[in-house]
Write a protein that binds this ligand. Structure first.
Ligand code: FAD
Length: 375
């Protein structure tokens, strides 16, 4: 019997598995499809919340902790897997920002480097910017990026090397609970016994738990992206303007994102979104008009109220944990979230305060006493 079963093979599930395995636990991870093919593949990989001063401290704390360790983590994963997650210090230039005071206060509090510029032409910062891109802005030189499809591939191979049991094509269909204590996970095949279960099912986490009689307010919010194929050198910085962003990759591809759509669990891409993203991209960098769009995709962000994820043990069901609800910031906050979950599960003192992320204590999350809870 494994020490821990994790439901979900995205960044949260895989990084949690890695941390628990490195701490000496035997871990089994259940993924209903293939690991790393949902939001954690689809994300932009910007290692900072967008407009970070607009988020509560709980998000800033996870982001700051992770940012300080991301480069090292990527080097470890590269060494363990042979796949480079492409951690790149490209910096983030935010145009048309009016909240100078809030941004300065936030930067001071979280010790982030942030330069404010107004009145000067932003093209002296990034030559390819268009005239309509916006004037007043902020420059955050310490913001890096990773390439999510590579990050998840590296993680998957690292898990294999470490000896984590990864069961792909295995959907968790229910939580097995006896006397308010977790005893395992039901799947479409055989059930898997475990005294500790972590739900890290991304946008599906609410569904997995809610349909088991446990309330967790995590819902899907769709985001669409497009990818331009270009040559390296057109852009060097990540650019954010009018709510959209451009991310230059090392090989010259430029990613433009993203939409924010409430379509349930539907992940279809649309011509309207492609048009919206292309128009926003052309306003920021007119030279993109001459580049082909080679790919469009959608992912489902796991949204939670105020974007603060849930990381911790259920208040009434012993051995049931969650690491979910990271919304728009799951790539940047994943390392801290996995380490905090590990510390909570191992009952260790953590360098992160667990208080902002506690499992919500709703009536339905306490009262259900069914022995077997089917999803
Ligand atoms: C378009 C877009 C852009 C983004 N950009 C950024 C960014 O630049 N920076 C940033 O920090 N964040 C970004 N994000 C957010 C980030 O990608 C997510 O917050 C993060 O990837 C969530 O990871 P996760 O592991 O919780 O979820 P997921 O990656 O979705 O993984 C959940 C996994 O659980 C599996 N699963 C579900 N139900 C079951 C079940 N019953 N049994 C077994 N397995 C199950 C799924 O198949 C899936 O593989 C972006 C997201 C999107 C969509």
């Amino acid at each position: 019997m494994p020490d821990v079963v994790i439901i979900g093979g995205g960044l949260m599930g895989m990084l949690s598995a890695r941390e628990l395995c490195l701490s000496g636990l035997q871990v089994t991870l259940l993924e209903r499809g293939q690991t790393g093919q949902e939001a954690s593949w689809a994300g932009g990989g910007i290692l900072s919340p967008l407009y970070p001063w607009r988020y509560p401290d709980g998000v800033s704390a996870l982001a700051a902790w992770s940012q300080a360790r991301y480069e090292g983590l990527c080097q470890d994963l590269w060494r363990e897997s042979g796949v480079d997650p492409e951690w790149t210090l490209s910096g983030l230039l935010m145009l048309g920002v009016a909240e100078e005071l809030e941004a300065r206060r936030w930067a001071e509090r979280w010790k982030a480097v942030l330069e404010v510029f107004k009145g000067s032409d932003p093209r002296q910062w990034e030559g390819a910017l268009g005239e309509g891109a916006g004037i007043a802005g902020l420059w955050m030189p310490e913001v890096a990026q990773v390439r999510p499809p590579r990050m998840v591939r590296a993680l998957r191979q690292s898990l294999e090397k470490l000896g984590v049991e990864v069961l792909e094509g295995v959907k968790a269909t229910g939580l097995l609970v006896r006397n308010q204590t977790i005893t395992g996970v039901a799947t479409q095949g055989a059930s898997v016994a475990a005294e500790r279960v972590v739900v890290a099912g991304g946008a599906w986490s609410g569904q997995i738990l809610t349909e088991s009689g446990i309330h967790l307010p995590v819902e899907p919010v769709q985001g669409q992206m497009i990818l331009f194929r270009g040559q390296p050198g057109l852009l060097s910085k990540m650019i954010m303007g009018r709510g959209y962003y451009l991310i230059p990759r090392r090989d010259g591809h430029i990613l433009a994102g993203s939409t924010l759509e409430y379509t349930g669990f539907d992940k279809s891409t649309t011509a309207e979104a492609s048009k919206e993203l292309r128009e926003a991209a052309y306003t920021l960098v007119p030279a993109l008009k001459s580049l082909p769009v080679v790919h469009q995709w959608a992912g489902l962000r796991p949204s939670s109220p105020k974007g603060i994820p849930y990381i911790g043990e259920h208040p009434a069901i012993k051995g049931l944990y969650v690491n979910a609800g990271h919304f728009r910031n799951g790539v940047v906050t994943a390392p801290a979230s996995a380490c905090l979950l590990r510390d909570i599960l191992l009952e260790r003192t953590s360098s992160l305060d667990p208080a902002p992320y506690v499992f919500p204590c709703s009536p339905s999350s306490r009262s259900n006493s069914k022995e077997r809870r089917e999803v």
